[in-house]
Unconditional design. Structure first.
Length: 113
């Protein structure tokens, strides 16, 4: 098992759809990666550059291959991964705001339309 610090640019037009499928559990039930992806995306953070960032465990080669096909390539672009020790990615990003708080605010802010 390996852990990765994942960075990706959310596609704002589909962020609300991703949030809904995350909240209703659709991602959690995807096998074999759903639980890990669900937990990672639920706690994802947002960087100043507009990229989401999270730590995720994965067993694939290349990293996140199944997750990319099923979810990530639909809702994110410019995805990159960096191998990390378990928990160190979260420690690096814990000070950042939660992705969903920020994304949902952006989507409903008339100034960003």
């Amino acid at each position: 098992m390996a852990y990765y610090l994942v960075q990706a640019k959310p596609i704002l037009e589909s962020a609300e759809q991703l949030y809904k499928i995350l909240k209703n559990g659709d991602i959690r039930h995807m096998r074999p990666f759903g639980q890990a992806l669900h937990e990672a995306l639920e706690d994802a953070r947002l960087q100043d550059n507009g990229f989401a960032i999270w730590e995720e465990e994965d067993y694939c080669a290349p990293p996140l291959a199944q997750e990319r096909r099923a979810v990530l390539n639909i809702f994110f672009e410019k995805l990159s991964v960096e191998r990390v020790e378990k928990g160190t990615g979260w420690k690096q990003i814990r000070h950042l705001p939660h992705l969903w708080n920020e994304i949902l605010i952006l989507q409903h802010d008339p100034a960003t339309a």
